[in-house]
Design a protein around this ligand. Structure first.
Ligand code: NAD
Length: 500
């Protein structure tokens, strides 16, 4: 069985931990590889490699660091097809969606290529007579990233391009469910000219992660994954004196107002709820219909489209499927369990995706598109993140009830409103308790030069990923105040210095 190995100090590195985990092709249900689960000592050796590489890398000019990232970007483009197939074969998402996630990751590389400009800092001439102030944005040292299964390329690329462009070195711990992409990215970084030890990949589970959270050499931890683990990561890393950003789970609502273009809204909901089989932290999983008439018309538009979803393997010759399988058998069973529960708790099951059979792929982890109507806030399928192709329609009487519903949910990652009323869109953007808002845009993922992150229990830590927050997260600000007097100072001053 092919093994997915660590990448430490610029080399593919064997593991002697004796522990591995299977990696499956979710479309066939067959094991394709096994990934090593690193021991604590192996993670420490990756941290040591990153620590060794740090002084030289931090001393390399930002322009030279950026030039390596420019080459990396070109290599990503050259190898897009191979990377997209790798993602699809381990995650299950359809090929064009894998290309989409690579493109969104590549955009962060493009942003990081502007690092000479981003690290200029601030300068004030004459903060006092003959006194100037300027800031230095210095790298932190060795940083760590821990990523989820659902974006094996994009989420690591939310983290390491900005980190290494800023002069840090990095240890990446990808999801053990689809670990190969990170190793391929490490190889491409090396090919682009990145010095050995600047970017390392260690595979593993809690044992590996705990070293990254507690080792004194790690300065900052960036985590993306489920909320319970995000809470654990944030509290443990913070207790060990590290800077931490931990992005968690989601339950994203789209509010459909009575004046909305319902064809636009229904089409947008289809992509946002069922793209990537709902395994996106920005997927819309709740449609909040304002008024029964809107709900009835929405269901009438959605039902035939959900029934017509093409579900199958991610990589096919000819016409592509709309949606692939879920990532694992365990996750498929969990999603099916939620559909059972929705039915038991009294939601109206309009389209049932359970028991879907994909000819030739009977052992794949498929669940068909599922649509519930008349879901209420007490139901488990409303409260919890399902992370599957399940869309719940909740009916509310008016805008105020819609806003209250969204704001009362424990998660606040993304949200959207569909309306033709500019005032309603503007008011919603101001009042809603969520980190990313779309107005007639179903998945408002900010571009790389803005920052990405939610509110409430969807994020822990003050700084979001990429964009200006990303640069702040991976740098430490130092403010230098300087004076070059031409005359010797006459006497000591004992009062608190004030600028004159
Ligand atoms: P997960 O929390 O199970 O795993 C994320 C990472 O944490 C993996 O690398 C995993 O190996 C590690 N991990 C798992 N259990 C651990 C433990 N006990 N101790 C230490 N580390 C542990 O998440 P997942 O299932 O891979 O990903 C799906 C989740 O990620 C969903 O909740 C989704 O909403 C969330 N997500 C959020 C965002 C965001 O931007 N907010 C983006 C993508 C995914």
């Amino acid at each position: 069985m092919e093994q997915v190995l660590n990448f430490i100090g610029g080399e593919i590195t064997e593991s002697h931990s004796g522990r591995t985990a299977p990696v499956y092709n979710p479309a066939t249900g067959e094991q394709s590889r096994e990934v090593v689960l690193s021991s604590a000592d192996e993670v420490r050796s990756a941290i040591a490699a990153a620590q060794k590489a740090f002084p030289r890398w931090a001393g390399t000019s930002p322009l030279r660091r950026a030039r390596i990232l420019f080459k990396f970007k070109a290599l990503l483009e050259e190898n897009m097809d191979e990377l997209a197939r790798l993602i699809s074969n381990e995650h299950g998402k359809v090929y064009s969606d894998a290309v989409g996630e690579l493109t969104r990751g590549l955009e962060v590389v493009e942003f990081a290529c502007g690092i000479p400009h981003l690290l200029k800092g601030e300068h004030s001439l004459n903060v006092g007579t003959g006194v100037d102030s300027n800031s230095l944005m210095q790298p932190l040292g060795v940083c760590a990233g821990i990523s989820p299964f659902n974006f094996p390329a994009m989420v690591p690329m939310w983290m390491f391009p900005v980190a290494i462009a800023s002069g840090n070195t990095f240890v990446m711990k990808p999801s053990e469910k689809d670990p190969s992409t990170s190793v391929r990215l490490a190889e491409l970084l090396k090919q682009a000219g990145l010095p050995d030890g600047v970017f390392n990949v260690v595979h593993g589970d809690k044992e590996a992660v705990d070293v990254l959270l507690t080792d004194h050499r790690i300065q900052a931890v960036s985590f993306v994954g489920s909320t319970p683990i995000a809470e654990y990561i944030y509290s443990t890393a913070s207790a060990h004196g590290k800077r931490c950003q931990a992005l968690g789970g989601a339950k994203n609502h789209a509010v459909i107002m009575p004046d909305a273009d319902l064809d636009l809204a229904a089409n947008a909901l289809m992509g946002a709820a069922f793209g990537a089989a709902g395994e996106r932290c920005m997927a819309i999983s709740v449609a909040v219909a304002v008024g029964d008439e809107v709900a009835d018309q929405l269901i009438a538009r959605l039902k035939p489209q959900v029934e017509a979803l093409r579900v199958g393997p991610g990589v096919v010759e000819g016409q592509e499927n709309d949606m692939g399988p879920l990532v694992s058998a365990v996750h498929r069973d969990k999603v099916v369990g939620y559909i059972d529960q929705g039915e038991q708790e009294g939601a109206e099951l309009v389209v049932d995706g359970r028991g879907l059979r994909v000819p030739g792929h009977e052992a794949g982890y498929f669940v068909g598109g599922t649509l519930f109507d008349k879901v209420t806030p007490e139901m488990t399928i409303y409260r919890e993140e399902i992370f599957g192709p399940v869309l719940a329609v909740v009916r509310v009487p008016d805008y105020a009830s819609a806003l209250e519903l969204v704001n009362n949910h424990e998660y606040g990652n993304g949200t959207a409103i569909f309306t033709r009323d500019g005032h309603a869109g503007r008011q919603f953007s101001h009042d809603v308790l969520a980190g990313m808002v779309g107005v007639n845009v179903p998945i408002p993922v900010p571009m790389a030069f803005h920052s990405f992150g939610g509110w409430k229990r969807s994020v822990f830590g003050p700084l979001n990923v990429h964009g200006p927050d990303g640069v702040r997260f991976y740098t430490r600000m130092k403010t230098v105040t300087s004076r070059w007097p031409s005359e010797p100072q006459q006497s000591a001053e004992f009062s608190m210095p004030t600028m004159k």
